[in-house]
Write a protein that binds this ligand. Structure first.
Ligand code: LMR
Length: 396
């Protein structure tokens, strides 16, 4: 009988939204989940998404299955978006992919595929997105970490990272392509080159997780620079893309998992195996959101609108970073808050400890993850004072 099933704990990130929703405090703030809000704190649908969606509906397409690998046109556009329209490697046919249930679905399919054909383990940065570890453990992999963040100085621990990667026996190394979640701290291009060299030398396989292309710096080309450099450097590698943040298509679950094979046949063989992993999981992916992305990325004018609107979102976040920092400093906080403005992407890895986070929630109705990660997307001109004074209070 199932009578003894214990209650499970709420999810560390998504569970915060439930807690926030149940709070009745008028000044409550959700800076937990990484989901964009406009300056009035409301969820935001990009105007270009509305236009593309109307066009998709206008076409009156049927609701047939897309096929296990999803919508081919979406996958093609997605590969161009990540690898670059002019990529010789892409043109050579060595890059192939499948549509996935956003980033998470692609990560899980990759985990299962890697377990079957690659190896027993995966190396993640310390720290990494909270869902990475359970995804890969549930895929049957041993999860280990390499040093990534210098917690003391709130910056990248590049020496530790290179050392750990060089010492590990050959395995799959997960890298955040841009806007590392949760730290908002990325290698610069020189450091990426060093990472590429070490990965090559050690014989690792590279797996990029790219959830913020266009959202990180406001320039989708720049945000793809790490991926493109690894391709140039000749790595066999894989990439998972999420369209949740940059297109704001969170609930539509739009993503793409692709591989750069040793040649076109190798890439096709890998995709055939990815499909075998997908079929018993969810059979095939949903069509609506992928059609929207395909519509945008197939039309030069819409694509430009997308790039502009995505940039606007990232600019609001950058503005909120300065405002949060200056408000904290204005309140007389003596802590060093410079990392708020030096980090990029959706999050501020604030350095708050779990006790301070608990106080924020209990005394000030501010909900963020216990690692002190604050979703900058939830900060607005209207709540920045409340957030700053509360942070100041718990860090005194
Ligand atoms: C986050 O880290 O908040 C986002 O990636 C959303 C999620 O699914 O956790």
């Amino acid at each position: 009988s199932l009578g003894s099933v214990p209650a499970g704990p709420p999810d560390a990130i998504i569970g915060l939204t439930d807690a926030y929703n149940s709070s009745t405090a008028p000044h409550k703030v959700n800076v937990g989940v990484g989901a964009y809000r406009d300056d009035s704190g409301k969820p935001y649908v990009l105007p270009v998404v509305k236009v593309a969606e109307a066009r998709v509906i206008e076409k009156g397409l049927n609701k047939e299955y897309a096929g296990i690998a999803g919508i081919a046109g979406f996958v093609d556009r997605s590969l161009e978006f990540a690898y670059g329209k002019n990529s010789d490697t892409l043109k050579s046919g060595r890059v192939k992919g499948v549509q996935t249930l956003s980033g998470t679905g692609g990560l899980r399919i990759w985990g299962e595929f890697w377990k079957k054909f690659g190896g027993d383990g995966i190396l993640l940065p310390d720290p990494s997105w909270g869902n990475h570890t359970p995804i890969f453990k549930n895929s049957g992999l041993n999860v280990e970490t390499y040093r990534y963040f210098d917690y003391e100085n709130s910056k990248l621990n590049i020496d530790g990272m290179l050392e750990d990667l060089s010492k590990a026996s050959p395995t799959c190394v997960l890298l955040h392509a841009c806007a590392h979640n949760p730290t908002g701290c990325d290698p610069d291009m020189g450091q990426w080159k060093a990472v590429s060299d070490v990965i090559k030398e050690a014989g690792h396989y590279t797996f990029f997780d790219c959830a913020y292309q266009g959202f990180a710096s406001g320039d989708a080309e720049k945000d793809a620079a790490s991926i493109r450099m690894f391709v140039e450097e000749g790595h066999d590698m894989a990439l998972v893309q999420s369209y949740s943040k940059n297109f704001g298509l969170y609930g539509e679950r739009v993503g793409c998992l692709s591989v750069v094979g040793s040649d076109a046949d190798n890439a096709a063989n890998i995709v055939s195996q990815l499909k075998i992993c997908i079929r018993p999981n969810y059979s095939n992916p949903p069509v609506h959101g992928a059609r929207i992305v395909e519509e945008v990325l197939s039309d030069a004018a819409l694509e430009q609108d997308f790039r502009d609107q995505c940039k606007e979102m990232s600019e609001r976040i950058i503005l909120m970073r300065s405002l949060l920092r200056s408000t904290l400093e204005g309140l007389g906080s003596e802590k060093d808050w410079s990392h708020i403005t030096s980090q990029i992407g959706m999050f501020c890895y604030s350095g708050l400890n779990p006790e301070q986070v608990d106080r924020l929630r209990e005394e000030f109705d501010i909900f963020c993850t216990r690692d002190g990660r604050i979703s900058m997307a939830g900060v607005t001109q209207g709540n920045v004072e409340h957030i700053s004074s509360s942070i100041h209070e718990v860090t005194k």
